[in-house]
Ligand binder design. Structure first.
Ligand code: MLT
Length: 258
């Protein structure tokens, strides 16, 4: 499937993959800050944003194949940096595992390498059923909202929260269910980490309660060539909540990799 995408800026290619149930717009601050120097390609993963929303389970491997298909469609043969947040990070890890020859570097933001526990997978299935019964993303968005943002963002940026909450509500129910089921079925990639040779930047919001700093630290320690940045005043959506610090870390990493 050819994904919808935003393609902005000059220079070496950097692909950024959004979290669930968001779209390319979550990279708006990176588009300005990083897209001035690098060619930022931000797809809408299947079912999200303006990409098609097929029925069925959205396996993380299929989402990874969609991204590689987009690169081929755009005739991008250079080795790229791919980064992803949370669900986008699962996809980025799948690309690193299955298509390492396409990559120059990897950025893992507010994400984890491990699989769902059986309890977490069961809770996702229950949520997928609620979403399908409601015919809307609402049950999933309402479940996520209280845990997404840092206290600082809640106090200072109600406008940002309202804007992205509205975008999440627009994701079709079948896409939300497909992604929930796909995430529940994703493999545990922890054992891949020590064998990953590419330069890697791990970013985590210091107030992230969904994929907490301790998990990011363990992931960074397991990857031979990884660096960890903990972003203050940020929860699960660090690149939106503290874009200044995330962009500075990204630019430093990208400059070193290129
Ligand atoms: C995300 O932000 O993409 C989700 O929190 C990922 C997940 O539910 O595992």
């Amino acid at each position: 499937m050819i994904l919808h995408y935003d393609d902005h800026g000059p220079g070496p290619v950097v692909v950024l993959l959004h979290g669930f149930p968001l779209d390319h717009a979550m990279w708006e601050a990176q588009r300005e800050g990083v897209g001035a120097i690098y060619r930022l390609i931000c797809p809408d993963l299947r079912g999200h944003g303006l990409s098609a929303a097929p029925d069925g389970i959205y396996l993380i491997e299929d989402m990874a194949a969609d991204v590689v298909e987009l690169l081929d469609h755009l005739r991008i043969t250079e080795r790229i940096v791919v980064g992803g947040l949370s669900m986008g990070g699962y996809v980025a890890l799948a690309i690193a595992a299955r298509y390492p020859e396409r990559l120059r570097g990897l950025v893992l933001m507010d994400t984890r390498a491990g699989a769902d526990s059986p309890e977490a997978a069961k809770a996702r299935e229950e949520l997928a059923q609620k979403v399908l019964a409601a015919g809307s993303a609402e049950p999933a968005v309402l479940a996520m909202m209280p845990r997404l943002w840092s206290p600082a963002t809640r106090t200072r940026r109600p406008d940002l929260i309202a804007r992205f909450e509205a975008r999440m509500f627009r994701t079709p129910a079948r896409a939300v269910a497909g992604a929930l089921r796909g995430m529940a079925a994703r493999p545990d990639r922890t054992a891949d980490l020590p064998g990953m040779q590419m330069p890697t930047l791990v970013v985590v919001g210091s107030d992230d309660v969904i994929t907490p700093p301790a998990e990011a630290r363990a992931m960074a320690e397991a990857i031979p060539n990884a660096r960890l940045i903990e972003v203050p005043d940020a929860g699960h959506l660090a690149p939106l909540e503290n874009p200044g610090q995330v962009n500075a870390a990204l630019l430093q990493f990208l400059d070193a990799v290129h």
